[in-house]
Design a protein around this ligand. Structure first.
Ligand SMILES: N[C@@H](CCC(=O)NCCCC(=O)O)C(=O)O
Length: 249
């Protein structure tokens, strides 16, 4: 039996328009990072029912929730904001069902960008809808002309992010205009940009490995330290799987 864990990851989706067919797609850095860390990626298109969600989650040992466009704030009881560019509704609906079941199962999860934001709102936190308005003194967190726009990071030493990045100046890839406002119960902030924008959270629950980064450790300009986040995640998935096998043995 292979020790390589199957790690699910949600594909993005673009509906058909004019003469273009609908596409499911995912940036290669997401699955390449999991492969490099010793996992086997399982790319999941938007699913429409909980039976399919459960069948998929029965077949993988961990999940990575990827980045993308914006969560529709109306799904969390807030008004739409002119800066919001919503995810395709079928992807967002699938992601929300996945996130709810992953949380219920306490399945190890790594959320990146939108994926971290979804983790936070699904667990009871909320978001700033537009950093430029909500945090006007913040530094730029997105550059439409530079996909590898970076900023520095301050990390909590006693955290996964702290273990990975250690001391010294850290620069990470940033591509977002929304950010976490109130952190969900059971989670804590483990990294911030010096301007105060939350850049990483992790679960404080002993039975759930759940880590989120607003920055993008999977991007093309990722450092050797960024890669360590994926290694820590895969190690946590393997440990959880071995624990489950031990418990049923
Ligand atoms: N849309 C949210 C989250 C930002 C995010 O995930 N950016 C990555 C986009 C590129 C990709 O698909 O990986 C926000 O703007 O705050």
């Amino acid at each position: 039996m292979s020790n390589k864990p199957l790690i699910g990851m949600n594909a993005d989706f673009r509906a058909t328009n004019r003469n273009m067919p609908a596409y499911g797609y995912i940036a290669a850095g997401y699955f390449q990072s999991i492969i490099a860390a010793g996992g086997v990626p399982v790319i999941v298109p938007p699913l429409a029912d909980t039976e399919s969600i459960n069948a998929l989650l029965d077949s993988v040992q961990g999940f990575m929730m990827i980045g993308g466009a914006d969560l529709d704030p109306r799904n969390d009881g807030f008004m739409l904001h002119p800066s919001v560019r919503p995810l395709d509704p079928s992807r967002e609906a699938s992601d929300r069902m996945l996130m709810a079941e992953i949380a219920e199962r306490r399945m190890p999860i790594l959320g990146i960008g939108t994926g971290m934001q979804l983790m936070n709102v699904q667990q009871g936190g909320n978001l700033f809808l537009h950093i430029k308005e909500d945090l006007p003194s913040a530094v730029p967190h997105h550059d439409a002309h530079d996909p590898n726009h970076r900023h520095t990071l301050d990390v909590e030493s006693d955290s996964l992010i702290g273990r990975v990045y250690g001391d010294g100046e850290i620069r990470v890839s940033s591509r977002h205009h929304m950010a976490i406002d109130e952190v969900a119960p059971g989670f804590r902030v483990t990294a911030k940009c010096p301007d105060g924008v939350i850049e990483a959270i992790e679960s404080e629950m002993m039975d759930w490995f759940a880590v989120g980064t607003q920055f993008h450790p999977e991007c093309g300009a990722a450092s050797a330290l960024d890669v360590r986040i994926f290694e820590e995640f895969v190690e946590a998935v393997v440990a959880r799987t071995q624990e489950e096998i031990r418990l049923v043995a």
